[in-house]
Design a protein around this ligand. Structure first.
Ligand SMILES: [Cu+2]
Length: 176
């Protein structure tokens, strides 16, 4: 099952009424930069000046996880760097957390001029020896319908299920 969300800069005000500004910025549409990837990179640098957190299992290494604050009933997103130090290619099959009714692996993309969309990725390749970046304006873990508010300073548990490495539960700090 694939979810699709489309946002247009022209619809930002309407979108904000329904989904809140957090969802817009979670998916990179809030960025006024003409290049969403470049804009996201700059935001990441600004937000990642703190000490990094690393968690590892079966050759799968998660670095610097963080999630956006969010309002109960709305959306949020989580980001991290995912590296496969193992000898075999793997795939990220799903994500789960008790902080949201639905948790999906999403990618943002430019649907057409001025439009940003995001869609579910059902089996994300994580090739041996490579790092996959989850970041604003790109891949992200989408929390849909938060079961509780997420506030700066909270920590949430996120379980990632890999085809070969199996389940990996990581602690994800919530921060601005
Ligand atoms: Cu999303």
């Amino acid at each position: 099952m694939t979810s699709r969300f489309f946002l247009s800069r022209g619809f930002v005000i309407i979108g904000a009424m329904f989904f809140s500004g957090l969802m817009l910025s979670a998916c990179g549409s809030g960025d006024s930069s003409s290049d969403p990837m470049q804009g996201a990179g700059g935001a990441m640098e600004a937000m990642h000046g703190e000490a990094t957190i690393s968690q590892e299992l079966e050759g799968i290494h998660i670095e610097d996880p963080w999630a956006r604050p969010g309002v109960e009933g709305r959306m949020s997103a989580a980001y991290f760097l995912l590296t496969n130090y193992g000898d075999e290619d793997d795939r990220l099959l799903s994500a789960a957390s008790d902080v949201a009714l639905r948790v999906e692996v999403h990618e943002s993309y430019e649907a057409e001029e001025g439009m940003m969309g995001m869609r579910e990725v059902e089996a994300l390749p994580v090739p041996a020896g490579e790092t996959v970046q989850f970041r604003q304006g790109g891949l992200h873990i989408m929390f849909i319908q938060l079961t509780r508010p997420l506030s700066d300073g909270d920590e949430i548990a996120l379980t990632l299920t890999f085809e070969k490495a199996g389940d990996m539960t990581i602690d994800v700090p919530v921060r601005l």
